[in-house]
Design a protein around this ligand. Structure first.
Ligand code: SF4
Length: 324
């Protein structure tokens, strides 16, 4: 990685698009950067450190830089592509699948991924202590629910104390057997990810613990992520990964195969390879189903079965992720 004057602090420095392009020594004009967006640029220092200076095609940069193509109105791309708002019995709770519920634990993320299917989701109306209290009450009353999935935003963008308080409340519900956390923070901002209190909780918890991280390219992983994942594993977490298939980021079988190996080297099993959710503003990331199937077949030919993620798409109204 070239030497740079990139920030190295734990905090998230808020860059403008112009500042980011200057830091990375690329031309905002040449790359079609969008300087204003309702879903603004947000990039943590750890993730920035993994981007190659002077490379406008860097696969990590592509995931975070707002570009003019986001303003294209493309038929079939909508504000709520997976119907979250239609399965929302109370603010902060999403109940789509049998036996498990999704609790929106945080209104924010440590990064803004341009392809995010929740980029238009009204988080600010969904999260506060009162909503959590009501959501936990509903979970308590429904004994068919055995797994709570914390999602967001990103649950690990909460303060460590707030996260542990919430999961201790979930643990007190007797019929909950499994806690699953979906988070991109340990990959994109490992220096901000919860450690001490969270790991102490995990070591003493009666719950099955699953952490599903979100990594799209092997370049996102580092020595720092390896160390963090080792701690989580030793604390009893099963580590899985989900990847979104993204044009000009990872739509190449060598890149996807490298990713599976890199994840496994850090103790993580590839779980899902998602086709893009068709959210407005992300059409330029779309990979055709035909290409996705070819890529997946190439992975199958070159990887052991346990390193081949399931190729799926989320379809509104379906009781599970739909295999392609
Ligand atoms: S971390 Fe996840 S929820 Fe947050 S912007 Fe990225 S894809 Fe969306």
């Amino acid at each position: 990685m070239p030497q740079t004057n990139k920030p190295t602090t734990k905090s998230i420095k808020h860059f403008s698009v112009k500042e980011l392009c200057q830091t990375l020594q690329i031309s905002a004009l040449d790359i079609g950067a969008l300087t204003q967006s309702e879903f603004p640029l947000k990039i943590p220092a750890d993730f920035l450190a993994q981007i190659e200076i002077g490379n406008p095609l860097d696969p990590l940069l592509k995931q975070v830089l707002p570009v003019l193509a986001e303003t294209n109105q493309v038929p079939g791309f909508s504000l709520d592509p997976v119907g979250d708002l239609n399965n929302n019995p109370t603010p902060s709770l999403i109940h789509k699948y049998h036996g498990r519920v999704l609790l929106i634990a945080s209104p924010k993320c440590d990064i803004h991924c341009r392809y995010c299917f929740r980029r238009h989701f009204p988080y600010e109306q969904q999260i506060n202590q009162r909503h959590w209290h009501k959501a936990l009450g509903l979970i308590n009353q429904d004994e068919s629910i055995h797994e709570v999935i914390l999602s967001g935003g990103d649950p690990m963008s909460l303060s460590e104390a707030a996260l542990v308080t919430l999961i201790e409340k979930i643990e007190q519900i007797p019929h909950i057997k499994t806690l699953r956390i979906h988070s991109r923070t340990p990959v994109v901002a490992p220096s901000k990810a919860p450690e001490t209190l969270f790991i102490e909780w995990a070591k003493r918890s009666r719950l099955n613990k699953v952490l599903v991280v979100h990594c799209n390219h092997a370049n996102e992983l580092s020595g720092q992520t390896a160390q963090l994942f080792q701690q989580y594993r030793l604390a009893g977490f099963q580590l899985l990964n989900q990847t979104v298939l993204l044009k000009e980021v990872n739509d190449n079988s060598d890149v996807l195969i490298d990713l599976s190996h890199a994840l496994f080297n850090q103790g993580i099993l590839p779980y899902y390879l998602h086709q893009l959710d068709k959210v407005q503003g992300a059409s330029h990331f779309e990979v055709s189903d035909l290409q996705a199937l070819e890529l997946h077949e190439n992975m199958r030919q070159k990887l052991p079965g346990y390193l081949v993620p399931k190729l799926v798409r989320e379809i509104e109204g379906q009781p599970y992720k739909t295999p392609l």
